[in-house]
Ligand binder design. Structure first.
Ligand SMILES: CC(=O)SCCNC(=O)CCNC(=O)[C@H](O)C(C)(C)COP(=O)(O)OP(=O)(O)OC[C@H]1O[C@@H](n2cnc3c(N)ncnc32)[C@H](O)[C@@H]1OP(=O)(O)O
Ligand SMILES: O=C([O-])CC(=O)C(=O)O
Length: 372
């Protein structure tokens, strides 16, 4: 048996959703740079789910479906009061809430292409309300119902703050959602596909994927980057802090990638946004510190920043609580998970690799009274 640890380089499926070839990321053949500049998140959802950009009518229909389905069932809102919400990480709350949503969807276990598409809309639509309701309830604030006439990104900010968001904030969130929407067979997407390849339901697949995204080696890295920036505190402290970590063989969060070698094409967009937003908020030190960290880590370890590195200072500048950074990633990535889940159902085969056994050889059962 040949063991490929971490399945590095293993091609486990075909997919027509997104590709990473020679450090270029495309969604259905559209370069991420093109989409980041021009597309709205709703257009990207449509693209990932239908493999084509929507025309005006199709986009309007999707937007309407998303806003009609954006509100949470009262049972899901109430459940946030049923556990020690102050101690719970929002990713754990999101994971549980998505699982709970499945209990209130009469079609949760219906395996039919059209029904699965309807479930995808319902789930995508509700993700912002889950995150923002949790964020408000834990502060003792009333949840805010979604507004029908707002875009997906604007509604997220509106439900979070209760105020009509500024244009620049909406544009920043919208672009971040576009940039995070899909990424070939990353760990959380693979998790979703493994789960539904048993012909389990969409809610189970997305619940499992949220669990995988939560870890700091994957989506959880953006929150870890902000924690690092906060610990560093000043530009003068960057060098001793980063050198200390590298000397201790500790990882610098937000750097490195399993697939990209020269660099993550999404990072430059977030870097640009970080510069602009940190200047606007009068806190340019977050950007300056990030750039200095980047120059040390790329210089000494040859590791470029990934999507999570500059997104930390972007979200911080938008006033987002630091532990909501990974949930925002999930609000975007659920579009990719759902595209992959639907693709998996279309041409399913159980995903079941092998393990090379390294435990003891054949042993004979020993009755408990004879064991040492
Ligand atoms: C959305 C996303 O998921 S993007 C990734 C987000 N995750 C992070 O930012 C966490 C930090 N980065 C990492 O842990 C890794 O680079 C990963 C998990 C992204 C990729 O991991 P892998 O492909 O398995 O690489 P692996 O962890 O084996 O690292 C290879 C070598 O580079 C080093 N390395 C990799 N990333 C880093 C880092 N961020 N800081 C310092 N060294 C690093 C490792 O220590 C290892 O060195 P060694 O060969 O001397 O032991
Ligand atoms: O592809 C990966 O391994 C991780 C990543 O960048 C993502 O999921 O966006």
């Amino acid at each position: 048996m040949t063991v490929t640890r971490g399945l590095e380089g293993v091609v486990a499926t075909t997919s027509s959703i997104s590709s990473i070839i020679d450090d270029t990321l495309t969604y259905v053949g559209y370069d991420i740079d093109d989409l980041a500049k021009n597309a709205s998140f709703e257009e990207v959802i449509y693209l990932l789910w239908h493999r084509k950009l929507p025309n005006a009518e199709q986009l309007a229909e999707l937007k309407q479906q998303l806003s009609e389905n954006a509100a949470l069932p009262p049972e899901v809102i109430e459940h946030f009061n049923m556990y020690p919400i102050q101690k719970v990480h929002p990713m754990a709350a999101l994971r549980s809430a998505v699982s709970l949503l499945g209990l209130y969807d009469d079609e949760a276990d219906v395996m039919d292409t059209e029904v699965n598409y309807r479930k995808a809309i319902r789930l995508q639509a509700k993700m912002p309300a889950i995150v923002t309701t949790f964020a408000r309830v834990r502060k003792g604030l009333e949840p805010i119902a979604p507004k029908q006439d707002l875009s997906y990104a604007a509604n997220f900010l509106y439900m979070l703050t209760g105020k009509e968001p500024e244009k620049i904030a909406v544009e920043a969130i919208d672009k971040a959602l576009v940039l995070h929407a899909d990424h070939e067979l990353n760990a959380s997407t693979f998790t979703a596909r493994v789960c539904v390849a048993t012909l389990s339901d969409i809610y189970s697949g997305v619940t499992a994927a949220i669990g995988a995204l939560k870890g700091p080696l994957h989506g959880g890295a953006n929150e870890a980057v902000m924690k690092m920036l906060t610990e560093i505190g000043t530009i003068e402290n960057v060098e001793p802090y980063i050198h200390g970590k590298l000397e201790n063989k500790e990882k610098i969060m937000g750097f490195g990638h399993r697939v990209y070698r020269k660099g993550d094409p999404r990072a430059k967009h977030l870097k640009e946004m970080s510069k602009k937003l940190t200047e606007l908020t009068g806190e340019p030190h977050w950007y300056d510190m990030s750039v200095k960290i980047e120059s040390i880590v790329t210089g000494e370890k040859k590791l470029p920043p990934n999507v999570d590195f500059f997104s930390a200072s972007v979200y911080h500048s938008l006033g987002v609580d630091h532990d909501l950074m990974t949930p925002i990633f999930a609000v975007s990535r659920v579009s990719g998970w759902l595209a992959h889940i639907l693709e998996q159902y279309e041409n399913n085969r159980l995903i079941r690799p092998r393990a090379e056994y390294t435990g003891p050889g054949m042993q004979k059962y020993i009755p408990i009274e004879q064991r040492g």
